[in-house]
Ligand binder design. Structure first.
Ligand code: ADP
Ligand code: MG
Length: 627
C-alpha cells in the first residue's frame, strides 16, 4: 500500500484548536471515549463470531492501556475487530457533521465537552484534547486485510500507510501534548480508569501489580510465598446490576454496596431495577440510613451507559425526593456523551423518572405487606423519603398513602386509613372535621399532651425536619381533616364540640380575674381570656394559634411569608375559670392576687419551656418566698 495523504472532510481550516480550547476542563474523558471504543470493537468481534460472520479465533477479549512516560505516549490497545484503511477513511476521516458553520454555531452555546462530543459524534477526536499527534495502528479481522496506519497531527491533514500490527485489533497511540502532561502519570490514569472503567464488560489491563504466590513449604512445613507480577485488571466485568436478581444473594448486594461506598454503613434495603420496554434500564438502588448531613448523602447514584460510567449527577433521571438514595443506574438509552441540556430535553428521561418512582413505591408497599413489624422498625429512616415523595409527587402519594405511617406519643404506628378510623369517634368536631393532634416536641409540649390524652385524644409525633410540610400536605389531601398542634389552644378548644363546659364564674368575676392577670403579665403580645375547662385541667394555659404558628415557621424556613415573619409573637393566655386556684385568687388580698396570678402564669410558661433569664430568676426567688 502506498502512503496516501488527504484532508479530513471538515470544511474549515482547523477545528482541533477549538476542541482543545473549549473542552479543556473535561479533558480526562478522552480515556473514557477511547477505552469504550476499544470495548465496542471487542464486543463487535464477539458478536460477529457468534453470528458466524467471523470464523477465526475470537480469543480472550482484552483492552490494554499502556503508559510510556519517557516517550510521552499513552496507548490504548484492543483485540477487537480492527479497521481496514477504507474503514478508517469512512469512520474516522469523515467526521460526522454536515458543515463547519453548523459546528461553530452550535459550539457557541455548548456548556460542556459531553454536549459537543455527543452532538457531533466526536468520541475519537477527544484524543486531540490531550495529544498533538495521534496514531492508529490496526489490523482488520477481514480475510486478507492489510494492517493500516493512520497519523494525524491535529491539523486537518492525515496520512494513511501500511501498518505494523500482526494480530487482529487496534492500537491508538496518543503523543501527549505539553499542556496535558499531568496524564503521563500512572496514578492519574489509574484514577481516571477507576472512575469510568470500573465496571466495563471487557477486562481492562493497566500495568502490572505484585501478588504473593505460594512457593513450596519451609522446613516446618509452612507454606512459603514469593512475589509475582500479574496483570492489573482494573475492572469487574459482570457487576451485579447486569445479573438476574434470582442469581444474587443479600451478601452480593451488600458486597457491591461496600465496593461503591467503602465507608458507609449497610443500607436498609435495595431495589433491583430491570426494564426493557419502552426503554432499557437496569440498576440497583439502595436505601441508606439517613444521616443528619443530607448534603453529604446527595449525588451518590452513579449513572452508566452500557457499563461505562457517565456521571454522578442524576438530577433529572432520579426524582428529587429520591436523591438521597445510593446505587447505580445503567441505560443504553442515555447516550454516553450525555449533557445536562440533553437530559432535560429527553423524553426517555421523564419515563425513567416515572419508572423509578413506581418501582420504589411498589417495593415499599411490598416490604410493608411482607413484614409490617420490620417495616415499622425501619420507618424512622424511610419515613423521610416517603413523606418527601408524598409531598412532591402526586403519583407517589397515591401509592404511598397505603403504607405511610403515622406514629403517636405511645410509639404506636398506623396507616392513614387506620388512624382515621381510630380517632374519628372521639376527635370529630361539631362541623364534621376529624382533628388530628400532633406534637413537634413531646418533651416541651408534655403538659398539653397529657391534657389531650386525659380527654381521650390521641397525639401524633411530628418531629422530623420534613413534618411541617407533611402536616400541611396531609391537611390538603385528606378530606374533612384538620391538623392542630397540641399546644395551639386549650384542650377543650382543640376540637370544637357542640356541648361546651361553662365557667362557673359570674361575668363580673370573669372581668375581675381577667384584669388581675392582665396586670400581672403586663407584657405586649399576650391576650387574656377566661374559659371554662375541667377543674382538673391546668389553671393557666398559654398558646399560639395554629395558623399563626405555621405561618411563622414557614417564614423562618424562608417560605417568603415575611408579613408573618415580621409580626411580633402573640399568645393567648387562657384562665381556667373552674380551677380552684381562681377562687383562691378572687378571695385573696389585692397584693396577693397579683403575686398568685404572676406565679400561675410563670408556672405555665415554665412548663412550656418559655420562662428564661431574669424572669426565671425572679420566679425562683418569688417561689422561695411563697414557701
Ligand atoms: P462512536 O464510538 O460514537 O461511533 P467515535 O468517534 O468514538 O464514535 O468512533 C468512530 C468510529 O471509529 C467508531 O464507530 C468505529 O467504527 C471506529 N473505531 C473507533 N475506535 C475503534 C477501535 N478501537 N476499533 C475499531 N473501530 C474503531
Ligand atoms: Mg466512541
Amino acid at each position: 500500500m502506498t502512503t496516501e495523504k488527504g484532508s479530513i472532510s471538515i470544511h474549515t481550516e482547523n477545528i482541533f484548536p477549538i476542541i482543545k480550547k473549549f473542552l479543556y476542563s473535561d479533558n480526562e474523558i478522552f480515556l473514557r471515549e477511547l477505552v469504550s471504543n476499544a470495548v465496542d470493537a471487542v464486543q463487535k468481534i464477539k458478536r460477529l463470531g457468534a453470528l458466524g460472520q467471523f470464523n477465526g479465533e475470537v480469543g480472550q477479549p482484552l483492552v490494554e492501556v499502556k503508559l510510556d512516560e519517557k516517550a510521552k505516549t499513552i496507548t490504548i490497545s484492543d483485540n477487537g475487530l480492527g479497521m481496514t484503511a477504507e474503514e478508517i477513511k469512512k469512520y474516522i476521516n469523515q467526521v460526522a457533521f454536515s458543515g463547519a458553520s453548523e459546528f461553530v454555531e452550535k459550539f457557541k452555546d455548548a456548556k460542556d465537552a459531553n454536549e459537543i462530543i455527543g452532538k457531533f459524534g466526536l468520541g475519537f477526536y477527544s484524543a486531540f484534547m490531550v495529544a498533538d499527534l495521534v496514531e492508529i495502528n490496526t489490523l482488520s479481522y477481514q480475510e486478507g486485510a492489510e494492517p493500516a496506519k493512520w497519523t494525524c497531527d491535529g491539523s486537518t491533514e492525515f496520512e494513511i500507510s501500511t501498518g505494523t500490527r500482526t494480530t487482529r485489533g487496534t492500537d491508538i497511540i496518543l503523543h501527549i501534548n505539553a499542556d496535558s502532561e499531568e496524564f503521563l502519570s500512572q496514578y492519574k490514569l489509574q484514577e481516571i480508569l477507576d472512575k469510568y472503567a470500573k465496571f466495563l464488560p471487557v477486562p481492562i489491563k493497566f500495568g502490572t501489580k505484585t501478588e504473593q504466590e505460594e512457593d513450596g513449604k519451609d522446613e516446618e512445613g509452612k507454606p512459603k510465598y514469593k512475589s509475582v507480577e500479574v496483570d492489573n485488571i482494573v475492572n469487574t466485568t459482570n457487576p451485579i446490576w447486569t445479573k438476574a436478581p434470582a442469581d444474587l444473594s443479600d451478601a452480593d448486594y451488600l458486597d457491591f454496596y461496600k465496593q461503591l461506598y467503602p465507608f458507609s454503613e449497610d443500607p436498609l434495603f435495595w431495589i433491583h431495577l430491570n426494564v426493557d420496554y419502552p426503554f432499557n434500564l437496569t440498576g440497583v438502588l439502595y436505601f441508606p440510613k439517613v444521616k443528619e448531613d443530607f448534603d453529604m448523602q446527595r449525588n451518590k447514584i452513579k449513572l452508566f451507559s452500557r457499563q461505562v460510567f457517565i456521571t454522578d449527577e442524576v438530577k433529572d433521571i432520579v426524582p428529587e425526593f429520591l436523591m438521597l438514595l445510593h446505587g447505580v443506574i445503567d441505560s443504553p438509552d442515555i447516550p454516553l456523551n450525555v449533557s445536562r441540556s440533553f437530559l432535560q430535553a429527553d423524553s426517555n428521561v421523564k419515563k425513567i423518572n416515572n419508572y423509578i418512582t413506581k418501582k420504589v413505591a411498589d417495593k415499599l408497599g411490598e416490604l410493608f405487606k411482607a413484614d409490617r413489624k420490620a417495616y415499622e422498625e425501619k420507618w424512622s429512616d424511610i419515613g423521610l423519603f416517603v413523606k418527601y415523595g408524598m409531598i412532591s409527587e402526586e403519583k407517589f402519594y397515591d401509592k404511598a398513602k397505603d403504607f405511610a405511617l403515622l406514629t403517636n406519643t405511645k410509639k404506636e404506628s398506623f396507616t392513614l386509613e387506620e388512624y382515621k378510623e381510630k380517632i374519628s369517634p372521639v376527635q370529630t368536631d361539631k362541623n364534621g372535621n376529624v382533628v388530628y393532634l400532633y406534637t413537634t416536641d413531646p418533651d416541651k409540649q408534655d403538659g398539653f399532651i397529657q391534657a389531650a390524652e386525659k380527654k381521650g385524644y390521641d397525639v401524633l409525633v411530628m418531629n422530623s425536619p420534613i413534618d411541617g410540610h407533611f402536616v400541611s400536605s396531609l391537611e390538603q389531601k385528606l378530606e374533612k381533616t384538620l391538623l392542630k398542634r397540641v399546644d395551639s389552644s386549650v384542650v377543650n378548644q382543640l376540637i370544637e364540640k357542640e356541648e361546651k363546659l361553662e365557667s362557673v364564674l359570674s361575668e363580673e368575676q370573669s372581668t375581675t380575674v381577667k384584669g388581675i392577670f392582665e396586670k400581672a403579665i403586663n407584657k405586649p403580645g399576650y391576650t387574656v381570656e377566661v374559659v371554662g375547662l375541667h377543674p382538673e385541667d391546668a389553671p393557666v394555659t398559654i398558646t399560639m394559634d395554629e395558623f399563626m404558628r405555621r405561618m411563622k415557621d414557614m417564614a423562618k424556613m424562608g417560605g417568603g411569608m415575611n408579613f408573618y415573619g415580621n409580626m411580633p409573637d402573640s399568645y393567648k393566655v387562657a384562665i381556667n375559670g373552674n380551677h380552684k386556684l381562681v377562687n383562691k385568687i378572687l378571695s385573696a388580698s389585692e397584693e396577693e392576687q397579683g403575686k398568685f396570678a404572676k406565679q400561675a402564669v410563670d408556672l405555665a410558661l415554665l412548663s412550656q419551656g418559655m420562662l428564661t433569664g431574669a424572669e426565671l430568676t425572679a420566679f425562683v426567688s418569688r417561689s422561695v418566698e411563697l414557701i
